[in-house]
Design a protein around this ligand. Sequence first.
Ligand code: FES
Length: 171
Amino acid sequence: MSKKEISRRTFLNYALMGTGGFLAAGMITPMVRMAIDPILKPKASGSEVAVGSVDDFGPEPKKVDFKINVVDGWHKAESTNVAWVRKLEDGSILALSPICKHLGCTVNFNDPSGKPNEYFCPCHEGRYAINGEVILNTPPTASLDMYKVTVKEGKVFLGEKEKNPRGGVKG
Ligand code: FES
């Protein structure tokens, strides 16, 4: 073999590898993109659910059930959520999540096993005051989460859950 023939063969090998790599990248890129597309898409935000009119709520927490659409990757489902909603002294609306901040059981307001005007968690006797403040020296270490509340034209809309800024209180 002459030096010129080896050089040509090497060139052809490189040319074939380059073309093959280019074609493979062209085929694989759309497949990878399709596989991870739901992860790259931003979460639908701003989804709010109407749970009644402002006048439906008073100082006593009222339990409301509402449905939300949940999108998890390719899976879409409807989920039922619960909130305890009350009107505060200044007329604003407070909506609390019933999920206990200890281990996730469901709390109940004015539960017969608990104390009056408190939320009670039956799992480990967790207690929360009327605005979701954790009662100190009970198992939960944080106050009940709140739903984002928007009032439009007299209607109450609940959005995503957010941390309750209220600290613990003595029972
Ligand atoms: S889960 Fe509520 S107190 Fe433990």
